[in-house]
Design a protein around this ligand. Structure first.
Ligand SMILES: *Cc1c(COP(=O)(O)O)cnc(C)c1O
Length: 211
C-alpha cells in the first residue's frame, strides 16, 4: 500500500464514519495526490485559488466525485473562480466576500456549501468573524444572501487551550442549529474530535512537511 494511503488509513482508524477527512494538498503537486485519488479518497483542500485551479480544474471536470475545499483566505476578486472550482468554502469571513460569492453563485447557477470562519480570540493578524458579530453575520449570509452555511470553522491559536476553543466552537455551532463543524488539523485533530468535529483538515500527517 502506498505510504500516503497508509497514513490516511491510520487517521481513519481513529474516527467515526460521519467524520470527513479533507486531505489538504496545498504546495504538493498532483503526482503526490494521485495515490489517494486512486484509492477513492474524495475530499481535498487547497488554500490558494490559482494553485487549486492549475492543479485540479481539468481532473475535476472528468471526475465529478471529487469534492474540493477552499480552506485559505479568499479575496472577493477571486470569488468567481472560487465558485467555479470549489464545492466548499471554509473561509467565509466578510460581508464583501459573502456578497461577491452570492452574486457569482447566481450568475453561474451553482450552490456551494460554506463554513463561517470564526476568529475566536479576535486576534488582529487572523481573519474570521469576531464572536460578538457572529449572529448578525450568520443571519446576513443565510437570510439576505441565501448562502448555504453548514457550520463554523476556526484555526485556534496554538497556545495549549485547544479544548476551550473547540468547546466554544461546538457550543456556538449548536446554538445556531448548525450540524457540520470544520476544526482540527494535524496537530490538534484528536481534541477536535472530542468536540464533534465533522470535517478535519489534515495536511502534514498525510503528505509530510511542507517546504
Ligand atoms: C494548511 C492548512 C491546514 C492543514 O494543516 P496541517 O497542520 O498541515 O494539517 C488546515 N487548515 C488550514 C486552514 C490550512 O491552511
Amino acid at each position: 500500500m502506498h505510504i500516503l494511503v497508509e497514513r490516511l488509513n491510520k487517521i481513519k482508524s481513529n474516527i467515526n464514519k460521519n467524520v470527513n477527512i479533507i486531505a489538504v494538498s496545498k504546495t504538493f503537486p498532483f503526482e503526490d495526490i494521485k495515490p489517494l485519488l486512486d484509492e477513492g479518497h474524495r475530499h481535498f483542500g487547497e488554500n490558494k485559488v490559482q494553485e487549486a485551479d492549475a492543479k485540479w480544474s481539468d481532473y475535476k471536470k472528468e471526475n465529478k466525485k471529487i469534492l474540493l475545499h477552499m480552506v485559505g483566505k479568499l479575496q472577493s476578486n477571486k470569488s468567481k473562480k472560487a465558485v467555479e472550482l470549489f464545492d466548499y468554502i471554509h473561509s467565509l469571513d466578510s460581508q464583501k466576500l459573502a456578497e461577491s460569492l452570492s452574486k457569482h453563485e447566481n450568475m453561474l447557477n451553482k450552490k456551494l456549501k460554506y463554513f463561517i470562519q470564526v476568529n475566536i480570540e479576535s486576534e488582529t493578524q487572523k481573519s474570521g468573524i469576531a464572536p460578538n458579530l457572529l449572529d448578525g453575520f450568520y443571519n446576513f449570509c443565510t437570510r439576505d444572501l441565501n448562502l448555504d452555511v453548514i457550520g463554523l470553522m476556526a484555526i485556534p491559536p496554538d497556545d495549549g487551550k485547544a479544548n476551550e476553543y473547540f468547546r466554544y466552537l461546538y457550543e456556538t455551532n449548536s446554538s445556531l442549529g448548525l450540524s457540520e463543524l470544520s476544526m482540527g488539523m494535524s496537530g490538534d485533530y484528536p481534541i477536535a474530535l472530542k468536540y464533534k468535529s465533522t470535517f478535519l483538515r489534515i495536511g502534514t500527517l498525510i503528505f509530510g512537511k511542507r517546504t
